[in-house]
Design a protein around this ligand. Structure first.
Ligand SMILES: Cc1cc2nc3c(=O)[nH]c(=O)nc-3n(C[C@H](O)[C@H](O)[C@H](O)COP(=O)(O)OP(=O)(O)OC[C@H]3O[C@@H](n4cnc5c(N)ncnc54)[C@H](O)[C@@H]3O)c2cc1C
Length: 502
């Protein structure tokens, strides 16, 4: 039998669990990292954002992980780790498609929105090829002295006055780990929730409703080439960056498709579909459904005309889940274990890094059970609140898919919150306990809630008036010059003045 007696056991070696293991080891804790699968392995969740990268850099600096810092920007990643595949992400792109009709580029961009997140390629965000990135982080953890057991299936989790006892198996025999603290970073694994009998929030209370269908492909045409081929160079002259160097959101009726390009010629693409609008047809294979959806939207069909999937399609059931508890006195879950909403606007990596950073600070600053207990309680509240907040933002955007100009305005609340938090990071004002996207900022949340309530009721013909009202109301937070009709939905990167203390 393989036995561990340690301070901290972590279930799941995605980048989240593994980074936490590295931090804990660096702080002098004894750690065991237990993984059910084996690296390198495919993982979804590939698109980073400025907030993810601020957090990544902060984790690297604060915990002395010099090897991690280059991953925080495209230029340093490419220069330092040329063998670990990434992609260039200059911002977000959104395009609204009409069923049965080719996409029509318009002078007023009434069906397109581009928001830049960085001023140039070298300091831009990245698309992570997770198989390679996660495997590298695990290798660094092992190098740092973290005992790592893969192909480890934990079958029994117990808790007593001495802490946690985990029993499981590996191909070479039984495994037992005893630990004072337990972190569940297993994502959909849900080991701890099952063991503690933690319930799910009633799914009908979650605003977002989506299921996913996705794969990796080669041969995906560049969206910019298609636009320029069809409408001439003028179709993209207003773009603040090459639109394929972004996470493209191709919006359809009752859903959207993400397109994320890596530098090795592989593209990640997937549909996120409202199951009420796109119910699963039991007799339709994933490939057939993919083809049918593409064929419903001629410009998407063209973009994927020469595309070949390089791995089997994944087709999920409804993605939304949110547990009622994310931490207790001597345990915690990473956000992706505590819940998930949708890939819309790429919140997952950032949320995970916010949580890893928070737990790192708790481990560093609270060496007593009492102190840790109090901080873990706060962690619990923040993680659940952030998930609820992302549900609110994403659910509102989904409800506006049928009115693109209203959607463009509603989505500004995300960008305003993101840029506000980024400026706090940039100016050294952000603390380790700051919540993701101002989730803990009551006044901003109240304002956004009211705007969201109006957004879902605003008809397309009132979109301009709605945008005007929103612009006035978000002014105190709007550091990036958003919601400006003169921009015609094309927002270059702007750094604003330092935000006032929240
Ligand atoms: C369809 C989809 C698209 C997404 N797109 C984006 C995006 O574009 N941008 C973004 O920021 N986020 C995105 N996300 C979210 C993102 O995937 C997560 O936030 C991120 O993967 C969390 O990382 P993690 O390390 O916490 O967990 P994970 O990446 O989920 O890793 C969990 C690990 O635990 C292991 N494991 C599972 N069960 C067990 C067990 N019982 N015991 C031990 N180990 C176990 C798994 O093998 C895996 O290695 C997306 C998610 C989905 C579902």
């Amino acid at each position: 039998m393989t036995r561990f007696d340690c301070d901290l056991a972590i279930l799941g070696s995605g980048f989240g669990g593994t980074l936490l293991a590295v931090i804990a080891r660096k702080l002098g804790y004894s750690v065991a990292l237990l993984e059910r699968g084996r690296h390198p392995r495919f993982a979804i969740g590939e698109s980073s954002t400025p907030l993810s990268n601020f957090k990544l850099a902060r984790i690297a600096d604060h915990f002395g992980l010099d090897w991690l810092r280059p991953f925080a920007k495209y230029g340093t990643w490419k220069a330092t780790y040329p063998d670990i595949t990434c992609g260039l992400k200059r911002g977000f792109g959104f395009f609204r498609h009409e069923r049965g009709r080719p996409f029509g580029a318009r002078d007023d961009n009434a069906n397109a929105l581009l928001v830049a997140a960085s001023p140039d390629d070298s300091v831009s965000d990245t698309q992570w090829l997770r198989a390679e990135f996660d495997a590298y982080v695990v290798a660094r953890a092992v190098e740092a002295g973290v005992p790592y057991l893969d192909e480890c299936e934990i079958r029994d989790v117990r808790h007593d006055s001495r802490g946690w006892e985990l029993n499981g198996t590996r191909p070479d025999g039984a495994v037992q780990a005893r630990a004072k603290l337990l972190v569940d970073a297993s994502g959909t694994g849900q080991v701890l929730a099952d063991a503690l009998g933690i319930g799910q929030t009633d799914p009908s209370a979650l605003k977002v409703r989506s299921r996913a269908l996705y794969s990796h492909f080669t041969g995906v045409a560049r969206w910019q080439d298609l636009l320029e081929g069809e409408f001439g160079r003028s179709a993209t002259t207003g773009h603040p960056f090459r639109c394929d160097d972004s996470t493209i959101h191709q919006i359809i009726d009752g859903g959207w498709m993400w397109i994320i390009r890596f530098d090795n010629g592989v593209t990640s693409a997937g549909f996120s579909l409202d199951p009420d609008v796109h119910p699963l047809r039991p007799d339709e294979t994933a490939e057939d459904e993919w083809r049918r959806l593409l064929n419903t939207y001629p410009s998407l069909a063209r973009q994927f005309a020469s595309a070949t999937p390089v791995r089997p399609f994944v087709r999920t059931g409804r993605l939304q889940r949110r547990l009622t508890q994310a931490a207790g006195p001597d345990w915690a879950m990473l956000p992706h274990t505590a819940g998930f909403l949708d890939a819309w606007l790429s919140p997952g990596i950032a949320q995970t890094l916010f949580a890893v950073s928070r737990l790192g600070y708790i481990l560093a600053e609270e060496r007593t059970e009492r102190g840790r207990e109090r901080r873990l309680l706060e962690y619990n509240r923040t993680v659940l609140r952030e998930l609820a907040w992302v549900d609110e933002i994403t659910g509102t955007c989904f409800a506006c898919f049928d009115r693109f100009p209203v959607l463009a305005t509603a989505s500004m609340l995300y960008f305003v919150a993101a840029i506000y938090c980024e400026e706090r990071e940039r100016n050294g004002e952000a603390g380790p306990d700051d919540a993701f996207l101002l989730a803990d900022h009551g006044a901003f949340r109240d304002l956004a809630w009211d705007i969201f309530r109006r957004a879902v009721r605003t008809p397309a013909e009132d979109a301009e008036r709605f945008a005007e009202g929103v612009r006035d109301r978000i002014a105190p937070y709007n550091l990036g010059g958003l919601c400006d009709p003169a921009r015609r939905n094309m927002y270059p990167f702007i750094t604003g003045p330092a935000p006032q203390k929240a």
